[in-house]
Design a protein around this ligand. Structure first.
Ligand code: NAD
Length: 355
């Protein structure tokens, strides 16, 4: 098959890590007989330098014309003093909204070879964990009615959590389908003991159960979920939750893996075109030194193969190659604790050798 991928390398380590992912995709293309065509577009600080704006029109058009989008990271000290709407990070919100991405998939996986990176006690993570958080991305309190007013105690500010049936159904559909691609275990996280919006959320989650008889679904209150993630993370397979709860819980889950350079993400909309990116930033402190860990971006590319192109075997091939390289003891600088480490290019070579 033939796939057109828009590349948004961005700033800092962005170009180095995206180049690594491209090399891995090219190797996968060769092995499985696919053609990946890559077209680079500017985003973030480099776009500001070249065109005066963080998200040029050509970039948006190029992404919308592609089959999928791979992003590195944006931002850096050079652009930190620009006004808010001219900052590189503004481009991230712009491209997500232009592509209509309402789902954020954030896996948090503890690789057995990296157990020592985990800040939790060894007995808690003895068997590792592999969680997929499905977060609603364009609704809820971050987008609800808000404002300032005079209240009972004088000046007050308010934000509103509001979810429609349509918004809940579409994110739950993604969550059920994601569970089907994994261990068929779904936990929906809400605050239904207090919030009406959560009660509607919970009702719809269970209405949809009949369409996915293979999936075992349960509810959990968000305060309990925050505790359970550090008490017994291995109990989770797929989590589905609202924008704000997902924002908080996905950061908690990424922290317990202990390695920011390893975590990919995907943002999806109504069609198969998605935006795939590592969860870390542009790491200006190590940019251009061939020292960045490219694995989060390589795993983002593997998510693209699965979620946008439905190429499960190819996607698993990348994940397994990363596993093998880590199990063989190879580490990048961020995971080396002062010991010997491989450069960005060298670890990429090792992953390609193990495909
Ligand atoms: P960061 O994630 O870039 O870096 C935090 C620390 O982690 C740094 O010490 C960095 O060297 C290290 N690190 C991050 N990714 C790594 C990798 N792949 N390999 C090895 N080490 C890695 O966060 P920050 O320093 O707060 O932000 C730097 C810039 O990135 C800022 O301009 C910020 O706005 C931007 N940012 C962009 C995104 C994005 O593009 N999605 C996300 C977060 C931050």
């Amino acid at each position: 098959m033939n796939y057109n991928i828009a590349l948004l390398k961005g700033d800092g380590i962005g170009p180095e890590i995206v180049d690594s992912a491209v090399r891995v995709l090219e190797a996968i293309g060769k092995k499985y007989n696919h053609t990946f065509n890559f077209t680079p577009y500017l985003i973030g600080g480099c776009a500001i330098d070249a065109t005066g704006e963080p998200l040029p029109k050509e970039t948006v058009e190029g992404c919308l014309a592609s089959d999928s989008v791979l992003l590195g990271a944006v931002g850096g000290p050079k652009w930190d003093t620009l006004p808010g709407n001219m900052r590189p990070e503004k481009a991230l919100l712009g491209i997500r909204s232009a592509m209509g991405l309402f789902t954020n998939l954030r896996p948090a996986k503890l690789y057995s070879a990296l157990k020592d990176e985990c800040p939790l006690r060894a007995d808690i993570v003895e068997n590792g964990f592999d969680i997929m958080i499905v977060r609603e991305l364009t609704g809820g309190i971050y987008f609800g009615e808000r404002g300032m007013r005079e209240g009972k105690y004088g000046e007050e500010a308010y934000d509103t959590e509001c979810y429609s049936r349509m918004e809940i159904e579409r994110i739950c559909k993604v969550a059920y389908e994601t569970a089907l691609k994994r261990k068929c275990k779904l936990i929906s996280i809400d605050k239904a003991n207090v919030l009406d919006s959560s009660r509607l959320w919970r009702k719809i989650v269970h209405e949809m159960e009949k369409d996915y008889p293979e999936v075992e679904v349960a509810d959990m209150l968000v305060d309990n979920a925050a505790m359970q993630l550090v008490r017994n993370p291995a109990q989770f397979d797929v989590i589905v939750t609202t924008n704000m709860f997902g924002d908080i819980l996905s950061d908690e889950a990424s922290q317990i893996t202990g390695s920011i350079g390893m975590l990919p993400s995907a943002s999806l909309g109504d069609n198969t075109r998605g935006l795939y990116e590592p969860i870390h930033g542009s790491a200006p402190d190590i940019a251009g030194q061939n020292k960045a860990n490219p694995i989060a971006t390589i795993l983002s590319a593997s998510m693209m193969l699965l979620y946008s192109f439905n190429l499960k075997e190819e996607s698993d091939n990348i994940v397994n190659a990363v596993d093998k390289v880590l199990n063989a003891g190879y580490r990048t600088a961020d995971l080396s604790h002062g010991k010997e480490y491989l450069s960005t290019v060298e670890i990429t070579d090792k992953i390609i050798e193990n495909l």
